[in-house]
Write a protein that binds this ligand. Structure first.
Ligand SMILES: Nc1ncnc2c1ncn2[C@@H]1O[C@H](COP(=O)(O)OP(=O)(O)OP(=O)(O)O)[C@@H](O)[C@H]1O
Length: 703
């Protein structure tokens, strides 16, 4: 293990150090790391679930051989923009997916069906027994009263037992299906392209996992009681069957009335679809508004924006209230409608049935049973109609999930690698690899290891053009050429909006170039899956995001789920000038850092991010304004840590302070999406061009 941290020594890192690195899993880390007893390791506990993979991609076995040169000849063919490789949007939630989850519970489903039939039989036998009871009372039946009552007693005892069996099994099945579906949707969101996250608000996406999936969950959970869902439906079918058996003259009248109820209610419900939709949209906007306000609370405070936020939120609340009231009236109209029609059917029964009893065509017992069945039917029809309403809300939620999570926005080169890793760690994979993208991913497979190439070769941006997907008409990079020499520092400077951070985003592969390519040791980086590429690149930016776990876990974050030791973490923290402040925290390395690291200062967050990057030991390092938000003391500490971090790595530094960039091996001045000047600090000064002008103003990156 001692060797695993050799890259933190002052000598340059060995080539391909990741080959021999073995980090213990965070769980092992917790055990070994005696001074960090309470590492909670929430992020990796999932990885230990032993679930059978649903879909097994077999790309590397079945795909045709790939000629890497073909990528150079035809960049367009490998670009993610080539949608022709995908047969069409594949929905996130389909009957097939739900059934595949359900099918692992075949035995329980059989138990549910049997218990449903059994409790329905019990329920539907009761009106028959009531009829017999009255016939005994009026002396039309010879059976002993006690014998009948004992049968009724048995029914009363069995019905709740079958109900419990039905409800428990339904709940177990559906909770399991929902847990798997929720995990699948989360993973599916996670592998969407970055532009997807530009397009959708966080609240909208979390809403898919919470309120929308909750609607799907409640279609079963809220509909397993006696008067709803499957039980109501089975009671309707059973009751109509019994009514026809008892009297085929009365049954059609009641049957017709019930069909009318269903038809009327269905038509009415269809007319309320837009109201339900707009209600859900307002609810999502309301939750967006609240989460945006709370997450930007410091900005709100500093601009005195409370009134504005309150008024924005109040407008949404009142719109939500109005649409809620409108929904309430629609629901009440629906309830009344159902009742009115059921009362009409009861009246019809009294009139027609009463006449038949008087004329002796129908016995009192059967008439009594009929009345009982009318009530059973009343509740069952109402329950079924309510379930239909729930079903409609559920279908709308599923449609929303499917319309947001279409397959063509999946980042295939990320999803493929992740799928493989999840399968290897026996975690349920999430994305069905069809024939087309199997070929796509196999074609992108590089013969070399990304990490080894990055430790030994230059990174080259060759004639790179790029527009952001959401603003495809605006060219941000316009034929940018830049060679990042292996193991050397390149600084990128230029006016605001010149495209510097965009270069970072392309190097990190958050987006892919629209034209041109980025290579590592001559190999197109698109030949690597993104997980592999991510391991080769460390990114430290102005405002590094920490997770709301402990300091130690934040430093260990992003390492392969294998081995990391207490010593490694401490060495990384020391090298990043972070150890001193960490041990002065209340629980040292165990101290929780708060949401997004809000309990630490900017400089402390920055040094933890640097320690994280040190521990990751990636060959490519990108520093995007990493020190610009710091005061002089913090900057000095962070700069020292960064100098340590950059040693021996291919580094790209974006900074607006002259002191940060002037010692770089080369400086590229970016202007209008191109490299306009390239050279060392002294060479560029001698040119007396744009760089010299920027140095004159001491503002290298900002206008
Ligand atoms: N996600 C995005 N979607 C659409 N356009 C974007 C996005 N991010 C940046 N842009 C646009 O791309 C252009 C280049 O932005 P970029 O952030 O690369 O500039 P920069 O040189 O880093 O500027 P600065 O020094 O101010 O950070 C700008 O016009 C910006 O508005």
């Amino acid at each position: 293990m001692a060797s695993s941290f050799s890259h933190l020594s002052l000598s340059p890192p060995l080539p391909f150090p990741s080959v021999n690195l073995r980090y213990p899993s965070p769980l092992l880390l917790r055990r070994r790391y005696t001074s960090l007893p309470s590492f909670t390791l929430r992020t990796s506990s999932l990885h230990r679930r032993n679930l059978t993979p649903l879909f097994r991609p077999s790309a590397y076995v079945s795909a045709p051989a790939f000629d890497p040169d073909s990528i150079k000849e035809s960049d367009e063919e490998v670009g993610p923009a080539d949608q022709s490789l995908f047969p069409g949007p594949e929905k996130a939630i389909t009957w097939g997916v739900v059934w595949s989850f359900l099918s692992s519970h075949k035995l329980r489903i059989a138990v549910c069906v049997a218990s449903l039939v059994a409790c329905t039989v019990c329920t539907l036998s009761m009106p028959l027994f009531s009829g017999k009871f009255f016939e005994i009372l009026v002396g039309r039946r010879s059976e002993s009263l006690w014998s009948l009552l004992s049968k009724i007693g048995v029914l009363y005892a069995l019905e709740p037992i079958f109900t419990i069996i039905f409800v428990i099994n339904m709940t177990i099945i559906w909770e399991n299906v929902m847990a798997r579906l929720r995990g699948q949707i989360f993973r599916r969101i996670l592998v969407q392209k970055v532009e997807f996250f530009d397009r959708h608000k966080v609240g909208e996406l979390t809403g898919l996992l919470t309120s929308d999936l909750e609607a799907l969950k409640s279609i079963v959970n809220d509909n397993i009681s006696r008067d709803r869902g499957l039980r109501a439906t089975s009671e309707i079918i059973g009751t109509i069957g019994i009514l026809f058996t008892l009297s085929n003259q009365l049954a059609p009248v009641l049957g017709l009335l019930m069909v009318s109820v269903s038809a009327l209610v269905a038509i009415f419900k269809r007319s309320t679809v837009p109201t339900f939709k707009s209600h859900a949209i307002i609810q999502a906007s309301m939750s967006d508004s609240a989460s945006e306000t709370f997450s930007a609370i410091r900005t709100v405070r500093s601009f005195g924006g409370e009134k504005k936020q309150i008024s924005l939120f109040s407008n949404l609340v009142s719109a939500y209230q109005k649409s809620g009231t409108r929904l309430g009236s629609l629901k009440s109209a629906n309830e009344s409608l159902t009742r009115v029609v059921v009362y009409i059917s009861l009246l019809a029964l009294y009139i027609l049935g009463g006449a038949k009893v008087k004329s002796g065509e129908l016995s009192v017992g059967i008439m009594t049973s009929f009345i009982g069945y009318t009530f059973t039917l009343t509740f069952a029809v109402q329950g079924a109609v309510n379930t239909l309403g729930d079903l409609r809300v559920t279908l709308a939620a599923v449609e929303r999930i499917n319309s947001i999570l279409t397959a063509h926005e999946i980042d295939e080169s990320l999803a493929y690698g992740l799928n493989k890793e999840l399968e290897d760690s026996k975690i349920e994979s999430f994305h069905r690899t069809n024939g087309a993208n199997t070929y796509y991913m196999a074609a992108l497979r590089s013969r070399s290891s990304c990490g080894s190439l990055a430790w030994s070769g230059d990174i080259c941006l060759e004639d790179v053009y790029f527009s952001y997907p959401l603003r495809s008409d605006v060219g941000v990079l316009n034929g940018l050429n830049l060679n990042l020499e292996c193991g050397k520092i390149t600084a990128l400077v230029g006016p605001s909006g010149a495209g510097k951070s965009t270069v970072v985003q392309l190097l990190a592969r958050f987006y892919e170039p629209t034209r041109g390519r980025i290579t590592v040791a001559g190999e197109d980086i698109r030949t690597f899956d993104k997980r592999e590429w991510a391991r080769a690149v460390s990114l430290v930016n102005q405002d590094p995001v920490l997770f709301s776990v402990s300091v130690g876990e934040n430093i260990a974050y992003g390492l392969p789920d294998e081995e990391v030791s207490k010593d490694d973490i401490i060495k990384a923290a020391k090298a990043a000038n972070a150890h001193e402040f960490i041990i002065s925290l209340p629980q040292g390395y165990d101290t929780l850092v708060g949401e997004r690291g809000s309990l630490l200062s900017g400089g402390q967050r920055q040094r933890i991010a640097i320690a994280r990057a040190l521990l990751k030991n990636a060959p490519i390092l990108i520093l995007d304004e990493a020190t610009s938000a710091l005061d002089a003391t913090s900057e000095k500490l962070v700069q020292e840590a960064l100098n340590h971090l950059m040693k021996g790595r291919t580094s790209l530094v974006i900074a607006h302070r002259l002191s940060t960039v002037q010692n770089a091996h080369q400086i590229a001045l970016c202007s209008e999406g191109k490299v306009a000047e390239l050279g060392t600090h002294l060479e560029l000064l001698a040119k007396k061009g744009q760089y010299a002008a920027l140095v004159g103003t001491q503002r290298l990156a900002f206008d």
